[in-house]
Design a protein. Structure first.
Lengths: 344, 242
């Protein structure tokens, strides 16, 4: 079994925010001499790099699952809530395989394959049938599946959080920002996964079929495309992306049955912001949500409430997602990229 | 080439829209299906294409039963090209990507050869091959849709109202292109059309439908030349083509 987490509530990517949070107020206290001013500016630059890095890491937390959600939506026209739980399945399976002795990379890849296939099985057994009725019915079905998966996790793993058995090395300092090797691994894995997905989408005939099916399924069939096969390939790839998202999250923190529920709101906000159905738009949505969350939890609001320093706890981060989600649903429901041309 | 016998078809649990239709269409022939709105023209084409499964009757292509074969398999295995009435291009894809979608089963050299031939045939598309298809005019979209269907080298071409939404000038261009395709590609073309006068101008034979049945079948020339038939089935004192 994987290690149980002793560290309390999981919220990866936000762990070191109090360190990064000492921003501009320190300048005013150190303005006495030019040396002190230079030190203050250097400190501000460090904080800025740390802030940017925090945003980047939080973006990749959200991006893989948001891209998966958006890609599936582009074809089957309903937001599959269960996708966030696929991320949890991916994390638990990879953790179990790793604990059983498989190297992390092999365990992660095997887990992503397993979740991809599981997503296809669920699509064929459940969602294809529900979609014959209505997309709203399919949405409710995906919520039900999500709850069932949560219950299965609870039975199998209990309510505690688990961690990968990974060696912890000291954080590096790059441009003043504190960066761990697991964060670097996450960045590399996410970049490679999204790069491969974009390569398939825009540089292969399969990608052309995927985009054609997403644009007009009826016409795609009239062009000889087996739209059911293409849809299941996208569901498979989305399952793999979501699993990878869960694994990278767990690598830097822990995984518990709450992970899916915690990720649901920011992931949906990112996907909607990018324009549901626009897979790569979801990456931009993820960056915006990550920046908003990081600003909320890294900004010193002390001066506004009569304190020197006061930072909102990390648990307030979802407020940013919620606020952005509501604003966009009200004023720009098709997301940042409203042009039909940009949709894939 | 195409032989449909006693076709009955409809949508979902609804009543039959086609109530026993039979038709034939041969190679190097344009057969047009005419009739008033709601007579079942498009349903007949969709049934032959494979979007709608017939409740009764047989459909064969060169003697092979294809009544229950879905559209994507007809395109892949039975050399069928289908051009829908509306939404007939992939707006998010470029013009060349749209055309290449029709060539998925061809080898690389054959793809390039056909693509180049189509670009020479339709220079208006060639000059816009890297633009998104959503930026094309209605007539250009129709030509693009035809080109995509032709890329696969079909033997049967099913056209659903190719003149829908086009200006008179563009309509002539599209009909001229269809006639050229029949003559040069040796195809069997089955075309549903509202614009009876223009369709009969390029067609070899016509079926006139009424209430889900074939009310009349005749050569296009006969239909155009007979004032009584024109008035009865085409609903106007139209003048035959010069």
């Amino acid at each position: 079994m994987p290690d149980r987490d002793r560290g309390g509530h999981f919220y990866s990517g936000l762990q070191h925010r109090p360190i990064a949070g000492c921003t501009t107020p320190s300048l005013s206290h150190n303005a006495g001499s030019s040396a002190a001013a230079s030190a203050g500016i250097a400190q501000t630059e460090k904080s800025m790099f740390q802030f940017l890095f925090d945003v980047l890491i939080r973006s990749v937390d959200l991006a893989l699952i948001a891209v998966a959600l958006s890609a599936v939506y582009s074809l089957i026209k309903f937001p599959n809530v269960a996708l966030v739980q696929y991320a949890v399945v991916g994390a638990f399976v990879a953790m179990s395989l790793h604990a059983a002795g498989l190297p992390l990379l092999v365990a992660g890849f095997a887990s992503a394959l397993f979740v991809g296939l599981l997503a296809v099985v669920f699509n064929i057994l459940i969602f294809e049938r529900l979609l014959k009725s209505d997309s709203a019915i399919a949405l409710i079905g995906s919520l039900a599946l999500s709850m069932i998966l949560s219950a299965v996790f609870l039975l199998a793993y209990g309510p505690t959080a688990y961690r990968f058995k990974l060696q912890v090395s000291p954080a590096m300092r790059i441009l003043g920002a504190r960066i761990t090797d697991h964060q670097v691994t996450t960045l590399v894995l996410t970049t490679v996964a999204l790069g491969l997905f974009a390569l398939i989408l825009f540089r292969t005939s399969l990608g052309r079929e995927m985009r054609a099916t997403a644009t007009n399924g009826v016409l795609a069939a009239a062009t000889g495309i087996d739209t059911r096969r293409v849809t299941n390939i996208v569901v498979f790839l989305s399952g793999m992306l979501a699993a990878l998202g869960g694994i990278t999250l767990a690598m830097r923190g822990s995984v518990s049955i709450d992970l899916g529920t915690n990720m649901m709101l920011p992931v949906f906000a990112a996907a909607i912001l990018g324009g549901l159905g626009n897979a790569l738009g979801a990456v931009v949505g993820a960056i915006v949500i990550a920046a908003a969350e990081t600003v909320i939890t890294n900004t010193n609001i002390g001066p506004f409430i009569g304190e020197d320093f006061y930072f909102l706890p990390a648990s307030y981060a979802p407020v940013a997602s919620f606020a952005i989600l509501v604003v966009f649903l009200l004023f720009r429901p098709r997301g940042l990229f409203t042009s039909e041309v940009n949709r894939v | 080439m195409i032989e449909a016998t006693n076709i009955r078809a409809g949508y979902g649990d609804g009543a039959d829209i086609l109530t026993g239709i039979s038709l034939t269409a041969n190679r190097r022939e344009i057969v047009t299906i005419l009739g008033p709105n709601g007579c079942g023209k498009s349903t007949l084409l969709k049934t032959i294409a494979g979007y709608v499964r017939p409740r009764a009757g047989t459909i064969t292509f060169d003697g092979t039963d294809v009544a229950s074969v879905p559209i994507h398999e007809k395109v892949r295995h039975h050399k069928v090209g289908y051009v829908p009435q509306t939404d007939n291009v992939f707006g998010t894809l470029s013009v060349s990507e749209n055309i290449m979608l029709g060539a998925r089963l061809l080898g690389r050299q054959e793809k390039e050869k056909r693509f180049d031939a189509l670009m020479r045939q339709y220079p208006a598309l060639a000059s816009k091959k890297n633009r998104k298809a959503s930026a094309l005019s209605g007539g250009e979209r129709q030509i693009l849709s035809l080109s995509r269907a032709l890329m696969a080298g079909p033997e049967i071409l099913l056209l659903d109202e190719p003149s829908a939404g086009l200006s008179p000038l563009m309509m002539h261009e599209v009909f001229d292109a269809i006639a050229v395709i029949r003559d040069t590609e040796n195809l069997c073309i089955l075309m549903v059309e509202q614009n009876a006068f223009e369709a009969l101008g390029i067609a070899d034979r016509a079926y006139v439908l009424s209430l889900g049945q074939v009310a009349l079948t005749a050569s296009a020339r006969d239909l155009l030349d007979d004032p009584a038939m024109r008035k009865l089935y085409l609903g106007a004192e139209i003048e035959p083509a010069a």
